[in-house]
Write a protein that binds this ligand. Structure first.
Ligand SMILES: [Zn+2]
Length: 251
């Protein structure tokens, strides 16, 4: 575990939870895949993930929903999301989620799927989409930082990701997450124009009715989190972290 995580944990213990209700979105990457070194804690161990799902299934953090299914009306809801499209979303995470009847959203990058392991193959993505409660979203076409792109390149990334996924799955794809969390009001408007209704960024916090649905806050869950960190994050005790990040809705 990094010294930074220890520091942040101490701050989370010192500040109170933000008790406002709303949609809390948890952001995961992979569950069980061995990432060499894993400096960002992208991989959550399956045992820890299973315990997190127990806590989510209890309903104490809100009603579990997928991103497209959230009411976003200020009621307490909790959404489990995954970015990038690691293969273990199908082999490890999905069976655990389905067993607990927890809906979930996997935001995948077609360019990463084309690159092979440790990402899903296209036929595996189709299999994942059939798991009860699974929703597939986009995560850019090539995983580029979308806030750095001009109008036509940005539209290509957004529309291209949606089209490739819709062609592969034969169903509408209307949710996404921002690669690298890189979003602004300009990219949000472009995503809306490209046919997306909801998108998650990397800003910690809970989403009330006033939040731009294309710049939804998400709280990242990492492999550094113990059970107490997880419960604290799900309850809003780590929302102070947003002050370090800056809100894309203000950019
Ligand atoms: Zn990503």
């Amino acid at each position: 575990m990094s010294w930074k995580h220890s520091l942040w944990r101490a701050v989370a213990a010192a500040v109170g939870a933000d008790a406002r209700p709303g949609l809390r979105i948890l952001g995961y990457h992979c569950v069980g895949t061995d990432i060499p070194g894993d400096p960002y804690g992208l991989c959550v161990r399956p045992g820890a993930f299973a315990r997190q799902l127990e806590a989510i299934a209890s309903g104490r953090f809100g009603t579990p929903v997928c991103l497209g299914g959230a009411k976003l009306d200020g009621s307490a809801e909790l959404c489990v999301t995954f970015d990038d499209g690691y293969q273990d979303a199908l082999t490890t995470a999905a069976p655990l989620l389905a067993e607990k009847n927890i809906p979930f959203t996997v935001c995948v990058t077609p360019g990463l799927l084309d690159s092979g392991r440790p990402h899903l193959a296209w036929d595996e993505l189709r299999e994942l989409a059939k798991v009860p409660g699974a929703e597939i979203g986009a995560h850019g076409l090539t995983h580029a930082r979308l806030d750095a792109l001009g109008g036509s390149a940005l539209a290509r990334e957004l529309e291209g990701s949606r089209r490739r996924l819709e062609d592969a799955l034969g169903r509408a794809v209307t949710v996404m997450s921002w690669p690298h969390g890189a979003a602004t009001r300009r990219t949000a408007a472009a995503a809306k124009a490209a046919g997306f209704a909801r998108a998650g960024c990397s800003l910690y916090g809970v989403n009330g009715p006033g939040r731009d649905p294309l710049l939804l806050k998400r709280t990242e869950i990492t492999g550094f989190d113990d059970d107490r960190d997880f419960a604290g994050k799900a309850a809003g005790r780590w929302d102070w972290f947003a002050r370090r990040q800056g809100d894309p809705q203000a950019r």
